[in-house]
Ligand binder design. Sequence first.
Ligand code: BGC
Length: 774
Amino acid sequence: TSNDPWDESYKKADQFISKLNSTERVNLLFGTENMIMETLLWNKTTMNGHKCVGQIDAFTNSDVNFKGMCLQDGPAGVRFAEGTGISWQASINAGMTFDKKLMYDVGKAQGEENKEKGINVDLAPCANMLRNPKGGRVWEAYGDDPYYTGVCAAETTKGIQDAGVIACLKHFVANDQETYRKSSSSNIEKRALMDVYVEPFYRSIKEANLGSIMAAYNALNNTYCYENKYLLTDILRDILGFKGFVMSDWWEITNDDPIVINSGVDMNMPGGKEYGPFVEERKYSSFGRNNSYWSNLEQQVKEGNVTQERIDEAAKRIIATMYQMNQMEDFPEVNILKKTNTEERKALQRKVATDSQVLLKNDGILPLNISNLKTIGVVGNDAFERDCLPSRLPQCLNDTNEVINGHIPLGFGSGVTNFEYLITPLAGIKSYAEKHNVNVLSSGKMNYTKGEGKKENVSVTATEDIEGGIEVANNSDVVIVFVKASSGEEFVVLEEAIGDRRDLDVWYGGNELINNITEVNDNVIVVINAPATVNLPWKDKVKAIIFSGFPGAESGNAIADILFGEVNPSGHLPFVWAKDEEYGAQIPHLENLTVINETSQQTYKDKYRYDGIDCHLKPDPSGKEQINYNDGLYIGQRWFNKNKKQPEFPFGFGLSYTTFDYSDLTLNMNENGLEATFNIKNTGNRTGKAVPMMFLTFPSSIGEYPEGIFKGFEKVEIPAGGTKSVSILADDHALSYFNVDQNNYVRVKDGNIKVYINDNANLTSPKLQSEIDA
Ligand code: BGC
């Protein structure tokens, strides 16, 4: 007998489905309305706060009472909750903690919030890869390492699902840029596909019983992911053994071709047909039982295009997943506005935000010694309160799609939340300084012109207040300069970037601001709020740099705790930080009005976007934009190593206010995998958290493969002067690679595995190294 936890759920699902007629079975497979979208995007109706971004209708018959299914975004907390939920940090910040337990705890807390609000499926986590830091949604995922992203996603998935909510890992697969996201093909050879882009989904499926997966908008090797049987069946079911259900991304299904359901998509979300410029009467999405591309599924069965077995299989996968999470017995009514923002969860949010801060440079100025200071200067618009876009007043819900100006605690797109409150950096610093009777001077009034109406018309003429900054700097003992950049999903355009950043400079003249400040004050500390790396032309002129990411509601408290040494920084970069924007993969910068067809003078916006909202229709699927993943296995740090290029900061980099010594490495190969055991001594005078990392070079018998790849880590707190013994395990899968001939993962053998223990991916002089027979 098998002890697969899914068996029982599938048995129950079988029984359940047998009590449904054919219409009821089909109705489980697509949604019929999306009130929130219609309200917020088109101001059509009033939002009542009880609707989900996607939902399957409830129904009853004489034998069953199906209570429906509510699906809601997303990775940074419950979307559209109007200040009733926690505004969590971006996932990239969870990744910056290198703390598995914290990631699990966040997943669990988010899962509990979803459940309390009656949400069955949390549209999180996101496991796409940072191929280039410009990628609009990199802050929604965990960086540029396949192994690491897989671990982060799995810990989060475990947390969400232990709370009784179905996690939806997205976007499967290779949706790694926003420009052309619905009209491009990510072209990847099989080995890189499996070991780099599918790898981040692997552990959630194998170790966390992942409930659902979202098929990405883009094509893989020229077949759209939602109609890609090779991806959704051959890889996902046959190789990975996925047992849950596959849903489409929103409005990605734009025809009634049976190839979509036959390739392995089980659920069409949100269900209604899409709006677009091509069919004027469908300017708005339309919903209802008869208005989905899947409305005719019963007819398709009659005509022999789809089998009844395939319909039943899809329905069963959905219902079995609900049984897996015990949702069929008893589940709270949908109430997105139920209060879930408890003090305990706020405290956890603050802890993650704080533990995620990455100290990139420190000439010894940090932590600030408050007793030596009279006046602290806080400069830069990013330190300040936010303003709602004029067009969104008075009903502005205070999420990052609706505010311009002020502190950026999250990127933009579907992964935002409505902030109940936001501790700005200025507020965080002031509350600490004032307790110690230290004066805070500030400047950050932004000169900007507001566009009217649509989000994308927000003017980019905003500039930092340099004069005000200089005045503050002239009168302060130390100046903390806050600079920012943002990115997000294609349907919002800020700074003329179509989701993806246009370049890696900080926005609004932040570089100029810093340069000017360093001319009048020697004690300059820079804090960067951004989705990932930015250019640092002033790096040598400043005393300290903190990369803060997008820390969420408790942002200012987290930053202040690090600045003043209340917490010893322990964040590390989950991506490599290049000099001069030089990465292994590029993303073109297109503006909305970039002409993409010389003959017709058609612009990006003409072709792909409508009325400020992206257009999901694919008028011209044959003309897909080709994105060739020529970097293959050499993503992130691997590309730098291969090309012998020095990055600005390697993957894993992050300083502490203390120092650690590593010694006494022993290696041991046992049934669990490869275990490295060693000692870490805290050689400084403060308690701190070390993040030892393990990098492996596989035996050359497997053929050409990247060297020194990341395969394990731990986070350990060690008191000043103390020593701890630490073990890092590279498990069976970590010791495997995808063997194309065998079409499966194969454990490395025949030769030696080189093992490096270090606190970042620069292996020129690792803290410890050894090797062991594979
Ligand atoms: C995004 C998904 C999101 C969905 C629902 C899509 O545009 O790509 O990540 O879950 O919308 O909001």
